[in-house]
Design a protein around this ligand. Structure first.
Ligand code: DAH
Length: 328
């Protein structure tokens, strides 16, 4: 009967698949009240001779049972490790998602293009502060206290005489204040107005131009701006200088171009403001207007970009929609 244990246990062990079941099997045979333990406890009732012969047999069977259980235990441990490893396996053969490249924003592209053209004409680039004083933004530019641009509705006032500049024109004054003529600069940057619809955003970009020297005339203004339009919009584009009013230039004009819309209809489109520097502005920087004359111009980058790229809603530029941005 004692010899039946090994085959019986071997058979049971093959059916076991969890450590828990194995522990149960171990206590079933080797536990305090286990079947094999009960049997070995009966040794003490045997005669001395029987003890001598049976004792070693029982011991070796016990060892064998222990080693069978031990071996199975190792096996279960290993297979649970294998299972865990296979669950954690990463399939490195998957193709990667690939990388995508960013691109220069259309406004930056157009701005760079305009700056390039004017630097080819010999203009130097200077940037100015976006937080301006009322003095530079208005007063020094001959914009009177009752001018509508000064209204709370049009300008972001920051208090204590500060505001977000409404145009890049204050850079005219800042440059002339610290430099003697000749001056030949452009100044690109962000400007701010309380305004928002299909053609206006509260923040947009402008480029200011200023050329001051001894004999600068309206002919220089026309020549420079016509050449700019030819390079930016194309050689055959017609232009017209339409009389206008800006407090800081006299005379003032707006430059229109003849432009075909998508359905081929021609129309005059206003592209920028310009004029001859008003002597009152020279006064505020102590330039002698008997000795010097100057031309100035200012243009909105978003407006030029919309005309050139055929965009009908300015807000597309700032919605960060990749479907839009990837087209440029
Ligand atoms: N600062 C003007 C504006 O924001 C644009 C402008 C007009 C600038 C005429 C100039 C200029 O330098 O001469 O509407």
């Amino acid at each position: 009967m004692i010899n039946d244990f090994i085959p019986k246990i071997k058979k049971e062990i093959t059916q076991i698949s969890t450590e828990n079941d194995l522990m149960n099997l171990k206590s079933k045979y080797l536990g305090k009240k286990g079947e094999f333990t009960v049997l070995t406890n009966s040794i003490k009732d045997l005669s001395i001779d029987e003890k001598k012969t049976q004792g070693p047999i029982i011991n070796s069977i016990k060892k064998e049972i222990e080693s069978l259980i031990g071996a199975k235990f190792k096996l279960l441990k290993q297979s649970s490790i294998n299972k865990k490893l296979s669950e954690e396996r990463i399939d490195i053969s998957l193709p990667s998602k690939g990388s995508s490249y960013g691109s220069v924003h259309p406004i930056s592209q157009v701005l760079d293009e305009i700056v390039n053209i004017f630097t080819q004409f010999g203009f130097e680039v200077f940037e100015g502060p976006e937080i301006e004083s009322e003095y530079y933004n208005f007063e020094a530019l001959n914009i009177s206290k009752d001018h509508p641009a000064r209204d709370m509705q049009d300008t972001f006032y920051l208090g204590q005489g500060s505001l977000l500049r409404t145009h890049t024109s204050p850079m005219q004054v800042r440059m002339m204040e610290v430099n003697e003529p000749p001056i030949k600069i452009i100044s690109p940057g962000k400007v701010y107005r309380c305004d928002s619809d299909v053609t206006h955003t509260p923040m947009f970009h402008q480029i200011e131009g200023l050329l001051v020297d001894r004999v600068i005339t309206f002919a220089n203004l026309k020549g420079i701006l016509n050449e700019f339009i030819a390079r930016f919009f194309g050689k055959d584009i017609k232009t017209r200088f339409r009389p206008s009013y800006f407090p800081f230039t006299e005379p003032s004009a707006e430059l229109d171009i003849e432009w075909k819309d998508k359905s081929g209809n021609k129309a005059w489109m206003e592209v920028l403001g310009c004029g001859m520097v008003n002597p009152k502005v020279f006064d505020s920087v102590s330039y002698d207007s008997a000795e010097f004359t100057g031309l100035a111009f200012g243009m909105g980058i978003e407006r030029l970009a919309m005309i050139k790229l055929g965009i009908t809603d300015i807000r597309y530029f700032y919605q960060n929609d990749l479907k839009f941005l990837k087209q440029f």
